[in-house]
Design a binder for this molecule. Structure first.
Ligand code: UGA
Length: 440
């Protein structure tokens, strides 16, 4: 099939590349000239394991193209995916300006095209329920030709996106015409050969599946963080509590790891968008308002541990090391990363911060001022440090040389925001150890 992907952000790029990899002809369109130039030179603008190689292979086979030329991109497309950004506005609402601008361009292209095949326009961006109708209206305002609408939410996890795309738990397609439903099913058939389902449903339901899924996962995280905080107060150990809970199959064992709260470009934005959807229709999403609040507070709860430990100390004399800046392992994404909030608060207090992340120094540099130092490796970061904070559970932090760490640090104090270490190990090596939901 001939596919056009509008937007070469994280979702558009992974989706377009994976479709090309099953033999489709894919053209990725973006207004950002420098991004397209990079891609045409075989460089991925984002860090995602396996993506560079897949882009290179499919571009070489002339199945994957990158352009800024709208008319060329839309000309022969059978299916057009809109995968542009929907950033949160200051009120938490998803900003639809890029989605609707793309819809108008598509309408113009359909009107100008001599191709007689009816095009399918698929909204891939995460958009509030009801947006597909707005997109349909925006396209229809520019053309009188027939076209089909579909909604196709994505469930990719950063760092595992290629695998998630190639082996999805499920594919969700919202479509109101048989033509669109059949074509979309054909497109996804190669990805569900193991028997995983393709769900075809009405468009508003498909739009809602995405929000409901992410908000459910965010709720699990805030729930376990709340329980973790209570564990600390009552002398219980969240790791034991978690084990006991998760053996109940109805509860399950995923997304119940306590920590510094969820970050990234999806959960915080989607929870806020769902809250706005509730406000807009007069049914406040009270549970999600709490989920959001608990998540924000989780960073402060952690900071309070540092403040108590260093009570009375002169912060301007403290050197704090931070391991991990990315919002989770496997990505260089620092959007809404708890590490950023913590580092900013430490800097405000006057501390000196040295951070190390295997891949996120560049992205962190775009957000943080240059008043922190980036170390070349984990051990360099803790040199002379009064405390280490573990913000991201990258594999390389899991089994460090504790003896060497103790030698390097000014005082052996670890604040573990991801419960990476065993308390018994910490005791053995003589560290002062603070974690989440477990007594020091
Ligand atoms: C999330 C969803 O998992 C994807 O299914 C969805 O497609 C994507 O959002 C999206 O909407 O595009 P992602 O943001 O890449 O994917 O990251 P996750 O792996 O879900 O982690 C999100 C956050 O939750 C991270 O900050 C992570 O550290 C935190 N987390 C996760 C916990 O604190 N505890 C857990 O038990 C699990």
């Amino acid at each position: 099939m001939r596919i056009t992907m509008v937007g070469t952000g994280y979702v558009g790029l992974v989706t377009g590349t994976c479709f090309a990899n099953t033999g489709n002809q894919v053209t990725c369109l973006d207004i950002d000239q420098s991004k397209i130039e990079k891609l045409n030179n075989g460089i991925s603008p984002i860090y995602e394991p396996g993506l560079d190689e897949l882009i290179g292979r499919n571009a070489k086979a002339s199945r994957l193209h990158f352009t800024t030329d709208k008319s060329a991109a839309y000309k022969n497309a059978e299916i057009i995916f809109i995968a542009v950004g929907t950033p949160s506005g200051s009120d938490g609402r998803a900003n639809l300006q890029y989605v609707l601008a793309a819809a108008q361009d598509i309408g113009d292209a359909i009107e100008a095209s001599s191709d007689t095949r009816e095009k399918i326009i698929v909204v891939k961006s995460t958009v509030p329920v009801g947006t597909n109708i707005k997109v349909q209206q925006a396209v229809a305002s520019r053309t009188s030709k027939t076209f089909h609408m579909a909604s196709n939410p994505e469930f990719l996890k950063e760092g595992a996106a290629i695998n998630d795309f190639n082996k999805p738990d499920r594919v969700v397609i919202g479509a109101h015409t048989k033509y669109a439903a059949d074509k979309m099913r054909d497109l996804y058939e190669p990805f569900v050969r193991q028997g995983n389902p393709i769900f075809i449903m009405d468009i508003p339901s498909a739009e809602m599946v995405k929000y409901a899924s992410n908000c459910m996962l965010a709720t699990k995280i805030s729930f376990i963080n709340e329980v973790a905080n209570l564990c600390e107060q009552y002398g219980a150990d969240i790791s034991e509590v978690r084990r006991g809970m998760c053996s109940d199959k109805r509860i399950g064992n995923q997304f119940l790891y306590p920590g510094l709260g969820y970050g990234g470009s999806c959960f915080p934005k989607d929870v806020l968008a769902m809250i706005s959807m509730g406000q807009d229709c007069g049914h406040p999403a009270e549970l999600l308002e709490s989920v959001h609040r608990v998540n924000q507070q989780q960073r402060d709860v952690f900071l309070t541990k540092l403040e108590s430990h260093f009570e009375g100390a002169d912060w301007s004399k403290l050197k704090i090391a931070v391991w991990g800046i990315a919002f989770k392992p496997g990505t260089d994404d620092v959007r809404e990363a708890p590490s950023i909030t913590l580092i900013q608060k430490l800097l405000e207090k006057g501390a000196t911060v040295t951070a190390y992340d295997p891949v996120a120094h560049e992205t962190a540099g775009e957000v943080l001022t240059d008043s922190i130092t980036y170390a070349n490796n984990a051990i360099e970061a803790i040199n002379d440090a009064d405390a280490l904070i573990v913000c991201t559970d990258w594999s390389e932090f899991k089994n460090p040389e504790f003896e060497l760490m103790k030698d390097k640090m000014a005082t052996p104090v670890i604040f573990d925001g991801r419960n990476v270490y065993r308390r018994s190990t910490m005791r053995e090596y003589g560290f002062v150890y603070h974690s989440v939901g477990r007594a020091p």
